[in-house]
Design a protein around this ligand. Structure first.
Ligand SMILES: [Zn+2]
Length: 231
């Protein structure tokens, strides 16, 4: 047992691990989420459904194959506190866990069958330093562990820190979106079917900006997976 393990055993005597959603004490077999809350995850199962709501949202904006979202992001539901703790409270293990659960659902599906590589939406390096990690990377890592698909980081890169989209003309906005992401080595993604991964899809503008950059790679195909959908 390492020193860290010993310390965490010691602390768990006084601060038992609790469910990230309901706050109930966890059993030793549970991680981050109690079973009751896990069953309450509002799965969309929309990877089985062509022309689902997420696909309709992105239709005509970038070329893509399929889009799947794991859960509906309903106010008062199970997903919002999980995403919040993942993004703002250093609960990295929540990203891995939800990514793994999503990956288990997708494994063996027609949705996943053509996919060759998982690519998380990158943060700008400055933002990643501030937070200490990229939540989309953790979700993608969980997905990769559950599906056995390789993970690519560092090829899709975010070059603009914080695009403020207010008070810009439509053309300026378009130019802004076009330039947020770049591909370091386009030949690496050439002729590959990529699964682009993010935490939630809301307006779809981040995924659109990634899609614009990725489509500069010859023969690339894009599918998209996010944990939550907020429309
Ligand atoms: Zn719970």
């Amino acid at each position: 047992m390492s020193r860290n393990d010993l310390l965490s055993e010691f602390f768990s005597l006084f601060f038992p691990k609790v469910c990230a959603v309901c706050g109930e004490e966890l059993l030793s077999s549970e991680e981050s989420l109690c079973l009751r809350c896990m069953y309450k995850l509002p799965r969309t199962n929309n990877f089985r459904e062509k022309e689902n709501a997420a696909e309709k949202l992105m239709a005509g904006r970038i070329p893509f194959e399929r889009i799947a979202t794991f859960c509906v992001y309903t106010k008062g539901g199970v997903l919002p506190p999980l995403i919040h703790q993942l993004k703002y409270h250093q609960r990295k293990e929540i990203g891995l866990l939800l990514g793994r659960l999503f990956g288990e659902d997708l494994s063996g599906s027609l949705f996943l069958e053509p996919v060759e590589m998982i690519v998380p939406v990158p943060l700008h390096p400055r933002k990643e330093r501030q937070r200490g990690y990229n939540q989309a990377y953790l979700i993608a890592k969980g997905l990769s562990e559950a599906t056995g698909l390789p993970l690519s980081t560092g090829n899709l890169i975010r070059v603009i820190y914080n695009p403020t989209q207010t008070r810009r003309t439509r053309t300026q906005r378009w130019e802004n979106v076009r330039d947020i992401f770049r591909i370091a080595h386009p030949e690496f993604f050439q002729d590959k079917h990529l699964l682009l991964v993010d935490d939630v899809i809301t307006t779809g503008s981040t995924l659109e900006a990634c899609g614009i950059a990725l489509n500069r790679c010859r023969g690339v195909k894009i599918s998209i997976a996010t944990l939550g959908e907020v429309f």
